[in-house]
Design a binder for this molecule. Sequence first.
Ligand code: UT7
Length: 335
Amino acid sequence: MGKIHAAITGVGAYLPDYVLTNDELSRMVDTNDEWITTRVGIKERRIEKDPNRPASYMGIKAVENLFARTKTNPEEIDLVICATSTPDHIFPATAAIIAEACSIKNALCFDIQAACSGFLAAYTIASNFIESGQKKKILVVSTEKMSYMVDYTDRSTCPLFGDGAGALLIEPNDEGYGLIDSEMLTDGAGVPYLEMKAGGSAKPASHESVDAHEHFVYQEGKVVFKHAVTNMCKTTADVMARNNLTGEDVKWLIPHQANLRIIEAVGQRVEVPTEKIFINIQKYGNTSSATVPICLWEMQNNGQLKKGDKIVCTTFGAGFTFGAIYINWAYDTEK
Ligand code: UT7
């Protein structure tokens, strides 16, 4: 028997129906389709407008989609890790809410906060549980209701984000398929450049914090952009080098979908040709930790993933937390 790796054996997702276009945004703030398209690459994003549908709702829908596809018995799931920056509550964990709604009764459930890098961090954690033999069927769920913390009077942030969720089934594989390598890092000097200023124990909610719009995403875009390119390039290059992967060998590069210009810069620097870079930012915008799972879900549904495909994913987000992973894809997908 070969070494045990944590393989993705199914992908589900959920995207809300409502499509917020650049034209509609142009009627809300002083922006336009041309600026958003050329500076960011987004044409539209999905928004969960119903206030009774929090992040857990989208996570549940993604898990239901995954279970229907993989015919999973919820009782077999032994760990649920939910990556989210938009939890239903500060506590308890959104993972517990999702598990209860999905009849998962035999699992440890917890959330992790690694912002837009949450999926890569969660998969890396899941992989350690699998490789150690402690867990056998893990759900990783990334669900983000970004619209609840976007200030739709701030043109510098409101075009960027969308809502959505992805769910992945992770199981042991002893034939060399699964998560082969992961390099995840954090540069805490980045904290002030991308954050929600109030609402936590450092600055509890108050009339003043609400009046000052401090419960929304605050971002210094240029600083974040620079660090995103540098750190996504470095970790991707590191992971490729130590696994002897060239741009030729990589079947797919799946980058975090925050800005098309960042994606293109990373592709160029690590020398992966454009046609091997998966991009859907134009349709969904930045769904934070859900971007990579939603990409995998679309690729699965398009039949674009084949057993043995060498896939590199890279992300960057608040913290700053960033990294890259290398997956040897475990199953053939069909349209
Ligand atoms: O997922 C977490 C990680 N996040 C990221 O990776 C995001 C990284 N940052 C970015 O993607 C980009 O910095 C932004 C998309 C946020 C901004 O793009 P930029 O090219 O850095 O623009 P900027 O902030 O430097 O603004 C350039 C100009 C400014 O006008 P002036 O000062 O040159 O007259 C802005 O006021 O564009 C203006 N501007 C806009 N104009 C029309 C800013 N936002 C808008 C807008 N519509 N929505």
